[in-house]
Design a protein around this ligand. Structure first.
Ligand code: NDP
Length: 327
């Protein structure tokens, strides 16, 4: 009994000691989160940003980025995120390691638990937790990731100009990316596991009418071939059980993304795939004072530059919200 009281006392002390109040909290550290931090800092909101499991986000697993304006010679994705972070820090953002593990948005200030051990109270919350590409789960796919295996044709297709490539997936993203690749690469092999596509009719028609897109129906990917770079794909026709090899220099995976929104399930409005819903033309969620930006609320564009733009919107929306509250 005595022990319990001491223990309970320590626990209470810990909870009290580990709660911190901030003005503006940003969770997530891709281009959206860092841009929100830059704008929020310059607006005097003293933002605190928690980086999450993968500081820098999806760009830290890409190689060269050539389509972000302002880098005429291109830049490596991880370096770009270091630059974003430095800029946010220089503006005064308080950037910290840590993962949001729980939220309570039922009252103000909002409460966000970090690493299951500390609570942050905040007047405004900016969610920039991003999305994660889904992968097939093959060891060879993981080993050659960044060396010819990519989950973003728009980011990496250009490196395979004039070469043969493969793409797996049959949704709108896979169609869009296959069409994009068809303009750059010699031949695009599209690997589809069923005998039909999930994509919208218009996208399917475009793909099927494109001469250099070669659709392989009923086809499973068995292995990505190559030592240090992709040399080909071993595939299986799941109707005939025949294995074959398609020689390609790159393998694009377009089987969908998962928004990192599980923390907000049942709290914030989201679509059936889990993307947070923001009010058109803004970063506002269904809870006033909670804003969402970047890939966690964007299943269409998913580019670094669009994520950064929406991060700017979230900071400006937060600034206006806090200003109206008289903060
Ligand atoms: P989807 O979930 O729509 O499609 C995923 C595709 O990947 C499906 O064809 C699925 O096959 C296939 N797939 C999943 N797992 C595997 C696997 N292990 N092996 C092989 N194939 C697999 O994802 P998208 O990213 O394409 O689209 C997401 C949402 O965004 C959709 O609502 C889409 O309409 C929308 N979107 C809209 C765009 C636009 O309007 N311009 C552009 C891009 C996306 P199967 O069909 O057999 O399940």
């Amino acid at each position: 009994m005595h022990f319990f009281h001491i223990f309970a006392g320590i626990t209470t002390y810990r909870i009290m000691a580990e709660t911190e109040k901030v003005h503006c909290l940003i969770v997530g550290s891709g281009p959206a989160g860092y841009t929100a931090a830059i704008y929020a800092s310059r607006a005097g909101l003293n933002p605190v940003l928690y980086q999450g499991l993968q500081p820098g986000g999806q760009l830290t697993i890409t190689t060269e980025v050539e389509n972000y304006p302002g880098y005429p010679d291109g830049i490596m994705g991880p370096q770009m995120m270091i630059d974003f972070e430095k800029q946010a820090q220089r503006m005064g953002a308080d950037i910290r390691w840590g993962l949001a593990t729980k939220v309570d948005l039922s009252q103000r200030p909002f409460k966000v638990e970090i690493d299951e051990e500390k609570w942050i109270e905040t007047d405004a919350l900016i969610i920039a937790t991003g999305a994660s590409a889904k992968w097939l789960g093959l060891p060879s796919e993981q080993r050659l990731n960044g060396h010819g295996v990519s989950a973003c044709a728009v980011c990496d297709g250009f490196f395979f100009k004039g070469q043969d490539v493969a793409i797996v997936g049959a949704g709108d993203t896979a169609c869009e990316e296959a069409l994009y690749l068809s303009k750059i690469c010699s031949n695009v092999h599209m690997l589809i596991r069923r005998d039909e596509m999930r994509a919208s009719k218009v996208m399917q028609d475009r793909v099927l009418k494109t001469a250099n897109i070669n659709v392989h129906w009923n086809t499973d990917t068995v292995e990505v071939l190559g030592e240090n770079k992709v040399d080909g794909i071993k595939v299986l026709n799941n109707k005939t059980n025949e294995e074959s090899i398609i020689p390609v220099k790159a393998f694009f995976v377009a089987i969908g993304h998962e928004p990192n929104s599980v923390l907000f399930k049942g709290i914030l409005d989201m679509d059936e795939a889990g993307y947070l819903i923001t009010k058109a033309g803004s970063s506002k969620t269904n809870i006033e004072g909670v804003f969402a930006c970047g890939d966690v609320q964007d299943k269409i564009y998913r580019q670094a530059v669009t994520a950064a733009g929406s991060g700017c919107m979230a900071a400006l929306d937060a600034e206006r919200y806090l200003g109206a509250l008289g903060h």
